[in-house]
Design a protein around this ligand. Structure first.
Ligand SMILES: CC(C)(COP(=O)(O)OP(=O)(O)OC[C@H]1O[C@@H](n2cnc3c(N)ncnc32)[C@H](O)[C@@H]1OP(=O)(O)O)[C@@H](O)C(=O)NCCC(=O)NCCS
Length: 167
């Protein structure tokens, strides 16, 4: 089983390469080809200490990029999680989320938020399995509350939130 550790700025290149290798099957081709848009260095440069990497002797197997909000004292946010397709369904992402929840709660955070695209059924099911609820949107698609143009024109998103317990 891979060991979990805090991310480091120096992980950036490896994590981008992981996104290129792993996410081609679950994201649109444009997004899969452009991991620098999904995972610019800024996330590791400023939020490595709240991000997590799971690795074994052969390399990185999963990671989570997240941070504690600078504007909202009670909020934390998970920007991205990725798991090697060969190791999916074994609880790796659950382990990363659980560790992130624990650390966020220890730091006084009470709510974790995340967003994904309405067509990413796997990510939606995963977040629901992790206990997130869907925030009411301004529209609906396939029975899901959708926030139209959330990330810009045509960039609709589904938004999640989960309360976490004080430690
Ligand atoms: C989504 C993803 C992170 C899940 O990782 P994983 O390690 O396979 O997930 P886990 O094994 O920890 O699963 C945890 C729970 O989520 C559920 N789940 C995970 N992926 C699922 C899927 N594609 N469809 C339905 N349920 C799913 C599992 O059944 C499990 O539920 P349970 O606890 O009730 O058994 C992984 O498939 C991935 O890396 N996808 C590509 C990147 C991505 O979509 N990221 C999310 C957007 S930021």
């Amino acid at each position: 089983m891979p060991m979990m550790r805090r991310a480091r700025v120096s992980d950036h290149r490896t994590l981008v390469e992981c996104v290129q290798r792993w996410c081609g099957d679950s994201r649109t081709p444009a997004e899969a080809c452009e991991p620098s848009v999904l995972l610019p260095r800024v996330f590791l440069r400023f939020f490595a200490s709240t991000s997590l990497v799971a690795e074994d002797s052969t390399g990185v197997k999963a990671f989570l990029v997240g941070f504690h909000s600078a504007d909202h004292d009670e909020d934390a946010y998970i920007h991205f999680v990725g798991v090697d397709p060969a190791l999916r369904g074994r609880g790796l992402a659950c382990g990363l989320y659980t560790a992130f929840f624990e650390r966020a709660a220890e730091a006084g955070r009470r709510e974790v938020r995340a967003v994904t695209t309405p067509d990413d059924a796997g990510a939606i099911a995963f977040h629901q399995a992790m206990g997130f609820s869907l925030e009411p949107g301004d529209d609906e698609a396939d029975g899901l509350p959708v926030h139209r143009d959330y990330d810009g024109p045509g960039q609709d998103r589904v938004c999640f939130r989960k309360r976490i317990e004080a430690q």
